[in-house]
Design a protein around this ligand. Structure first.
Ligand SMILES: [Fe+2]
Ligand SMILES: [Fe+2]
Length: 314
């Protein structure tokens, strides 16, 4: 972390944007000081009329996931090598990444509030629960494992927001499509950053990096909303239904999980990685065999997920 952190300023320069020039949520929402405000809301609501039930459920799940940002910041701040007392080092990256991510929940939340389709109180209860419940990702405080997680997750959220953008357009809301699209673009940029950190670590510490990668894949990459629940439910009770709905719509599927893994294997040139100790060679072989194993399971396990009633939707 110290080695990578020497270049933190140029890393930030390359992958993060200044608040002055970055898009802000209000760029994509009706302006309440504008005399056409009511008319614009009516149009926005008309565009949302045809959004299907499962689609709204996935969107709410995505918003709640984004809104649980305090959890992610707290956890990244606690990673080894991130020192709150050194504000110009890695902690600057964490703060600036958080500041960008904060726009995602903010924008989607306001949009859903205006849409008239969501029971906002129920959504807010789920958000409060998810932040209270936290996450457990199995990466401990290890930067290698945490960067595997964040690289994977940024790619997963990119896919999810990108597909909700495509579907929004299909169901009549160009505005929502644009919103999900700009968020997806942020996630792609963040993914590039985290992938580049791992690339650098592979250059200087290939064996330990490989073992960390294997370890995270054995544990499986748990989604940040894994503990998602609705009012009155047990911890995590809603997550399966949320991911079933995403699966039904093809917004995020087990095939995507495999595809992300394949793309990371290619990105880091895992197949041709040499200079590894025996344990790391085994780890590399395990990782290389994993996509096919996932495909075999996916072929066998395809069944229609159960329909579910979400209290978030009006
Ligand atoms: Fe995000
Ligand atoms: Fe993200």
């Amino acid at each position: 972390m110290q080695f990578l952190g020497q270049k933190i300023e140029s890393i930030i320069e390359e992958f993060l944007k200044s608040p002055d020039t970055n898009w802000q949520p209000s760029d994509m929402l009706p302006d309440s000081s504008n005399e056409n405000f009511t008319k614009e809301i009516k149009e926005l609501q008309a565009q949302c009329k045809e959004l299907p039930y499962d689609y709204l459920a996935v969107l709410v799940g995505n918003v709640v996931t984004e809104e649980a940002l305090p959890t992610y910041e707290a956890w990244l701040t606690d990673v080894e090598g991130v020192d709150k007392l050194k504000p110009e080092g890695w902690s600057k990256w964490v703060r600036m990444w958080t500041a960008e991510e904060n726009r995602h929940g903010d924008l989607l939340n306001k949009y859903l509030y205006l849409s008239g389709r969501i029971d906002m109180r129920q959504m807010e209860i789920s958000t409060q629960y998810l932040i209270s419940d936290g996450i457990q990702i199995g990466a401990a405080r290890d930067p290698y494992r945490n960067f595997i997680y964040t690289a994977f997750q940024e790619l997963a959220t990119n896919i999810s927001h990108r597909r909700t953008a495509t579907l929004a357009k299909k169901h009549g809301s160009d505005q929502l499509s644009k919103i999900c699209g700009v968020i997806a673009a942020d996630e792609a940029r963040h993914a590039k950053a985290y992938k580049s950190f791992i690339t650098k670590i592979f250059e200087i510490d290939p064996s330990e990096m490989m073992i960390a990668f294997e370890d995270m894949m054995r544990k499986k990459i748990v989604m940040p909303a894994n503990f998602l629940r609705q009012s009155g439910e047990k911890i995590g009770a809603t997550f399966t239904h949320f991911s079933d709905a995403a699966q039904r719509l093809g917004i995020y599927t087990s095939i995507d999980y495999t595809q992300i893994l394949v793309s990371l294997i290619e990105e880091w040139n895992i197949a041709n990685m040499s200079d590894l100790n025996t344990a790391a060679e085994k780890a590399r072989d395990y990782i290389m065999a994993l996509p096919q194993r996932f495909r075999n399971i996916a072929d066998r396990g395809l069944k229609a997920p159960i329909e579910y009633e979400f209290n978030w939707i009006k």
